[in-house]
Write a protein that binds this ligand. Structure first.
Ligand code: ZN
Length: 150
């Protein structure tokens, strides 16, 4: 597994968005301490800002390329992990399988309301990944080897 590069978005590198409701630490923030709580104040930090900020610092193209490659690699791990499951997992079920990416154990849990989660026991590996799967859908797709028909 590769080391996680800096999350080089198109926002200013000082920008962050806390997303823990009820923690009292919620919403946009600036590492330099600019107050972003006023309506629209965060726009100074956004891609293509329409409000000037003399302290803005954008990620470099190299940082963005490293982050993009990392994300693509992480996304490609998901279907490989799901292919480790050899049976469909019905609503209300959870199953485990050996992780094809590490020595950990994968778990898929599927709720009856359509929510499903995939995670590896190795925190540096796959997940947690959330899916919305219609309860009538046979899931995950099984990796069946098909013979030529003619
Ligand atoms: Zn793993």
């Amino acid at each position: 597994m590769t080391d996680k590069p800096v999350q080089a978005t198109k926002h200013c590198r000082h920008y962050d968005y806390k997303n823990t409701p009820g923690s009292g630490d919620y919403g946009p923030s600036c590492a330099l301490g600019f107050d972003l709580t006023a309506p629209g104040a965060w726009r100074r930090c956004a891609p293509d800002p329409d409000i000037g900020c003399a302290s803005r610092s954008d990620y470099t193209d190299e940082e963005r390329a490293a982050w993009s490659a990392y994300r693509a690699n992480r996304l490609a791990m998901i279907p490989v992990a799901l292919a480790a499951f050899k049976e469909h997992i019905g609503p209300g079920e959870a199953k485990s399988a050996d992780c094809p990416h590490c020595a950990g154990m994968l778990t898929v849990a599927r709720a009856s309301n359509g929510h499903a989660w995939l995670i590896c026991s190795n925190r540096e590996c796959v997940g947690p990944v959330h899916f919305n799967i219609d309860r009538r859908t046979a899931w995950p797709p099984l990796n069946t080897e098909s013979e030529p028909t003619s």
